[in-house]
Design a protein around this ligand. Structure first.
Ligand SMILES: C[S@@+](CC[C@H](N)C(=O)[O-])C[C@H]1O[C@@H](n2cnc3c(N)ncnc32)[C@H](O)[C@@H]1O
Length: 475
């Protein structure tokens, strides 16, 4: 008999079943859907939250649980670049060799440790329990070991280690610290100009959850009605805007349910208002929105047109999105028309309209705060994909407007390749046009740029980074 057989055996720990925590399970499921199926977090979350409420009951999954699950998903996705850098420093192989579900649990754990106030012990143990449920005990040990390494420093401590010093490589430093792909940091900085403080504020603003902003559609609802909602305050710039400072459920607001009001970023409202405010000489009866889906700007324009006895034609290429436009415009106080049509081969006659909005498809780099995963999905090559469409749509807009009328070219991206470059290129083919100074059309809105076009910014205006150029046809 060997010596060993006499040694008292360490009592085996009794097996304990992993605890299923509905908040972490839900967050993991959402992250997997975003990762695996290219789903959008803002679309995936609401049904998962509903399902959790139904399954667990309102006592076990209340509004605080829903808020925590939402924050865990959005925060993990937004800060993924930073967390990847930290996790990389704690594992002994390249991240691409870590199984995606394992990486999702690690990222969720990293966010709990570095991006929330959840105490360290709870952050690690909840992520490890989650790992036991969704990955099994073996891989949970790996998760435990990595998270314990991460827990040795706070976020600032990690950033000092994993981000290059600003002076050595400013763009890479900002990319890691503020969790944006480097090419996006570079593009935003080109467009914003200025020094370190501005771009840092902008990148930080992209990482904040935007407030919910409503629009009281003129002639259909008054802002005062919306201001009666809980924690509602007036918009900063648009007379029709009301901000719900605690988020709330816009769908529960009567005016929103009835279509008299809508959810609309204030930047989007300002674009519609500037186009509606620009003076045009003579007839002012026919307005066109050539890229109308899902209908936010069209609904505001149609209501403003109705006040002036003008009619909006809202056109959208995708039939199902044209359906959304029809829904947004339903109940408009004046006449309007909605059609599904390709703005590149339009059915209308040239020179038909007095005001035209072309809010073209774009990379959406101005709305990153709304779509937490978007920054990681976009590629620089996407710009080339949009370029011909953006130019083509601006050309047809300029053909659609009458001499003396005005076109508004808008994007929800501040990327210069989608904004000024498109306008400059297309105007070479339309020499009989003038750029109108859009800044005085939005009185009281500061820092709109050098003009004549305008660029809004999340960190300056609290809006999406919408761009607008107003172009008048002179011949
Ligand atoms: C940025 S979105 C417009 C947002 C809209 N103005 C709003 O405020 O709700 C661009 C829209 O253009 C549509 N689109 C894409 N290609 C188009 C085309 N060739 N002609 C017309 N619409 C097009 C897209 O389907 C999308 O709905």
């Amino acid at each position: 008999m060997s010596d060993q057989s006499h040694r008292p055996r360490k009592p085996a720990r009794p097996y304990r079943r992993p605890q299923k925590d509905p908040v972490r399970m839900l967050a993991f499921e959402a992250l997997r859907a975003v990762d695996e199926r290219d789903a959008y977090a803002n679309l995936v979350l609401p049904p998962l939250l509903r399902k959790a409420r139904e399954k667990e009951g309102p006592d076990k999954f209340d509004t605080r649980d829903a808020a925590l699950a939402t924050e865990l998903v959005y925060g993990t996705l937004r800060r993924q670049g930073t967390y990847d850098a930290v996790i990389s420093a704690c594992v002994d192989r390249p991240l691409r060799e870590v199984d995606p579900p394992v990486l999702d649990v690690l990222s969720l754990g990293a966010h709990q440790l570095l991006g929330t106030r959840i105490p360290t012990h709870a952050a690690v143990s909840s992520a490890v329990e989650l790992a036991r449920v969704v990955l099994g005990d073996g891989r949970a040990k790996f998760v435990n070991a990595v998270l314990r390494k991460i827990a040795q420093h706070d976020l600032d401590g990690w950033l000092e280690q994993v981000a290059p010093p600003y002076d050595d490589d400013p763009e890479e430093h900002l990319a890691v610290v503020h969790s944006h792909p480097r090419w996006i940091v570079s593009a935003l900085w080109d467009s914003l100009g200025g020094g370190r403080a501005g771009i840092e504020d902008l990148l930080e603003a992209d990482n904040e959850r935007p407030e919910v902003t409503l629009v009281a559609r003129p002639g259909r609802a008054a802002p005062e009605e919306l201001l009666r909602e809980e924690a509602a305050v007036p918009g900063r710039w648009s007379p029709y805007a009301v901000r719900l400072t605690e988020g709330g459920e816009p769908g529960a607001v009567d005016a929103v349910r009835e279509g008299r009001a809508g959810v609309q970023d204030e930047g989007s409202q300002l674009v519609a208002l500037a186009l509606a405010n620009v003076p045009v000489e003579g007839r002012d009866e026919k307005w066109l929105d050539g890229c109308a889906g899902p209908g936010g700007k069209a609904a505001l324009l149609a209501a403003l047109a109705a006040e002036r006895g003008a009619v909006l034609l809202a056109s959208e290429k995708q039939p199902h999105r044209a359906g959304l436009v029809a829904r947004a415009l339903h109940g408009n106080p004046g006449p309007y028309q909605v059609i599904a049509a390709d703005g590149i081969r339009p059915p209308w006659r040239p020179g038909s309209f007095d005001r035209v909005l072309m809010d073209v498809p774009c990379t959406g780099l101005g709305a990153l705060r709304r779509r937490p995963e978007a920054r990681w999905r976009r590629r620089p090559e996407d710009l080339e994909g949009f370029a011909p469409l953006q130019r083509g749509l601006l050309r047809t807009a300029l053909e659609a407007v009458r001499v003396g009328g005005v076109v508004g070219y808008a994007t929800c991206s501040p990327h210069l390749a989608e904004t000024r470059a498109v306008v400059a290129d297309v105007l070479k083919q339309f020499p009989r046009t003038d750029l109108v100074d859009a800044r005085p059309l939005l009185p009281g809105v500061p820092a709109l740029g050098d003009g004549p076009d305008i660029q809004l910014w999340p960190h300056v205006h609290g809006t999406d980074a919408m761009y607008l150029a107003l172009i008048r046809r002179t011949g």
